[in-house]
Design a binder for this molecule. Structure first.
Ligand code: 6R9
Length: 598
């Protein structure tokens, strides 16, 4: 890595600025009554609108409360909340007083939450009593209670009330609304340097331990606001509907920071695409007058199976741009999104980017207004992004119509600056594989015309419904099962989730267990240690895993077996025990039948 890349200073060197003024105060001066947030609550038709003036008030009260509770500049506050105005106000309140936030997706288990709180060394956690999603109530405070038992750093938990049900409160817990109402509505924003930390966000990599990527103030804000404006062609007065969760980078950049920095109106979606029925998104588009809709391929694939009527029942004439993010969008889903949802008149932008890149790096727009958009292709680099494709020898592939490792060859404002407490891991992961380049972990193809198409991950990361999951992270959990000697997790292609999880396990000698009992036990362990979405679809017990003579598990071989491409297994002579592959193949057929996977 070129060391001059980081820190990359986007503001003038050393300039102190009140960056958060950019998301709130500035708009309160010019348009205080403009709606900043539309909270689309789980129950359709019960949305709540919050103006810029109200959001500033909430943020200031919360900022003052955090200060009263001892949170200082440089601290890191963990936020475990579903999308709601108080979650946004919590993020902005941290920024206002110079503290970093660490939002943890509220679907993560207590163990996953505890890991992230410990790594971030948070003394304060903000949560809600309960979450409501798809008509179901989830006890989020209870998950926090379990997590903080193993987090000695935590001194206080601020609890907002999403439902009217009371929850057990201890001395450590602070009733959020009650206490913030005692605070003043003015809270002077702290001046921060352009390179000070804005937030940490944990994401999975190819080792067992999730990494806390660090984003800083000025560059991140500049990059998210520009990409929000130009990729989606966002104009003043538009209603921007990003249906991601605020626990992911998409929520940070395109629900909160990008739209608010642009003085936009942004939707916070609390529900699911199929609640109370598969028309939910489009009924919401009609009711809220959404102009830009930004969602995930997994949801599009799910909805297209329910048929066109659920879309056509609603008036979607407000829509101007449709966006897709999180994983490759297959042509069928792209075409349906374009033809049915957008009535063939809205550009569909397939946006490629990562937690690490902060904002969209490759997308069909901006471009000339009439420039072609090829289905399922991210196509064009954003301003200032210089992609490069490298071959396995590390040589730059300079011609078109080539495929290689997707790298970025110069710094850009939105890039993550480090991994919290692990700068060495940051440089090793992103800058050592291809010296002089930032390595994304993805493979890509550059077409004859010079357009980019993402091929998928090159490392041991599985993408389940747009959520990243490390194979090592899964194996660490599975291997904790007393009967398991070792395991290998791989992703296989799944027609709704994009990828599903398939786990091979080798049992310890003399362990006898029914396969369904084991499968049940392992699913519970994964759900407890990571999250429900990480649960394996298939668990296959094998005598041994195919390994090289040096002991490396041949995941490539396992993937071919599961994808039923056994003609392409390649040369197996380097394997320690070539027979093991035949056993794996027959075991797989026993488990999944003779048909194609799924
Ligand atoms: C924003 C986000 C990043 C990984 C990334 C890639 C995959 C994201 C994609 C896409 C194909 C797209 N990915 N967008 N693959 N086409 N348009 O999703 O961040 O959660 O960090 O995931 O997701 O593999 O490397 P994150």
């Amino acid at each position: 890595m070129r060391q001059d890349w980081i820190p990359l200073n986007c503001g003038e060197n050393g300039v102190k600025n009140k960056w958060k003024v950019n998301c709130l105060d500035r708009h309160v001066q010019t348009c205080p009554e403009r709606v900043a947030l539309i909270w689309e609550r789980d129950e359709p038709g019960t949305e709540v609108k919050i103006t810029y003036r109200q959001l500033l008030e909430l943020t200031c009260r919360l900022g003052n409360l955090l200060k009263r509770q001892g949170v200082r500049r440089g601290d890191c506050v963990t936020i475990y909340m579903p999308p709601c105005p108080l979650a946004v106000a919590s993020m902005l309140a941290c920024a206002r007083i110079g503290a970093a936030h660490n939002v943890v997706f509220a679907g993560f288990s207590s163990e996953a939450l505890a890991d992230r709180i410990r790594d971030a060394q948070s003394s304060t956690v903000i949560t809600v009593n309960q979450g409501v999603r798809g008509g179901k109530v989830v006890d989020l405070k209870r998950t926090v209670d379990q997590a903080v038992q193993n987090c000695p750093s935590v001194q206080q938990v601020l609890v907002a009330m999403r439902t009217e049900n009371t929850v057990a409160m201890t001395d450590r817990d602070v009733p959020l609304e009650e206490e913030m109402m005692k605070e003043d509505v003015v809270c002077e924003p702290v001046a921060m340097d352009s390179e000070d930390v804005l937030f940490l966000l944990y994401t999975s990599g190819s080792t067992g331990k999730p990494k806390g990527l660090v984003h800083t103030q000025a560059g991140y804000l500049l990059y998210t606001s520009l990409t929000h404006r130009y990729v989606f062609n966002y104009h003043d007065g538009d209603v921007f509907g990003c249906v991601a969760d605020i626990g992911w980078i998409t929520g940070h950049s395109y629900i909160v920071y990008g739209p608010l920095c642009n003085g936009g109106t942004t939707v916070l979606f609390e529900s699911t695409p199929v609640y109370p029925n598969p028309g939910r998104y489009w009924e919401m588009v009609e009711r809220l007058g959404i102009n830009q809709f930004y969602g995930a391929p997994t949801a599009i694939r799910l909805l297209l199976k329910y048929g066109d009527e659920w879309v056509q029942n609603y008036n979607r004439s407000s829509l101007k741009t449709l966006g897709s993010v999180g994983e490759p969008i297959n042509t069928e889903a792209w075409e349906w999104y374009h033809r049915v949802v957008g009535d063939g008149r809205c550009p569909v932008v397939d946006t490629w980017w990562q937690t690490e890149t902060g904002g969209i790096c490759i997308a069909p727009r901006p471009s000339d207004p009439e420039a072609e958009i090829v289905p399922g292709m991210a196509m064009r680099p954003f301003y200032g992004i210089k992609p490069a494709l490298l071959d396995t020898e590390g040589e730059v592939l300079s011609s078109n119509d080539s495929t290689g490792a997707l790298c970025i060859s110069q710094a850009w404002p939105g890039m993550a600056r480090t991994i919290h407490n692990h700068h060495q891991r940051f440089t090793e992961t992103y800058f050592h594989p291809y010296p002089g380049f930032f390595f994304t972990g993805d493979g890509a193809h550059r077409s004859k015309e010079g357009y980019y198409q993402i091929v998928g991950r090159l490392d041991d990361v599985i993408n389940v419904s747009g959520h990243r999951l490390g194979t090592a992270e899964l194996e660490d959990v599975v291997n904790q099962c007393p009967g398991v000697a070792e395991s290998a997790a791989i992703g296989y292609s799944h027609d709704i989730k994009g990828e599903g999880v398939y786990v091979f396990v080798v049992l310890k000698k003399a362990v006898m267990v029914e396969e369904d009992v084991l499968a049940q036990q392992l699913r519970e362990m994964v759900s407890r240690s990571i999250a429900k979405y990480a649960c394996p679809d298939f668990i296959q017990v094998v005598r041994c895993l195919p390994k090289t003579r040096s002991g490396k598990i041949m995941r490539r071989v396992l993937r071919k077996v599961v994808e039923r491409n056994t003609d392409e297994l390649g040369d197996l002579s380097t394997l320690d025990d070539p027979d093991s592959v035949h056993e794996v193949i027959s075991g797989h057929r026993r488990l999944c039948g003779d048909g194609k996977q799924q």
